[in-house]
Design a protein around this ligand. Sequence first.
Ligand SMILES: [Zn+2]
Length: 104
Amino acid sequence: MSFYIRVWQNCDLEGITKHLMIVGEVTADCANCRELGIDYAQIRNCPKCGTDFRFIASRSTGKLDRGRGATVRRIKDRRPDLTFIDYEDYKEITGKQNARDFFK
Ligand SMILES: [Zn+2]
């Protein structure tokens, strides 16, 4: 029996955003160009901006199942090639970054 455990890693925020897709209810969107309706199980490059996806996050994880639940497993089963990042973490860091850029 295998489990998912969250690993804390030093990351380059821009490098993640350029190659990230964010899964919503059914489809995903591209964090780089905001293209919507991407079939996350199939698509390797964004149909709009062409970026290759290396990271994936889900809006449905986080507070509700703390990232341990069915959502992570379902997505990782379909996309074992992508690094799963925590959406809450990503949102928090990008929020802080945007606030800093705003006050520059
Ligand atoms: Zn894109």
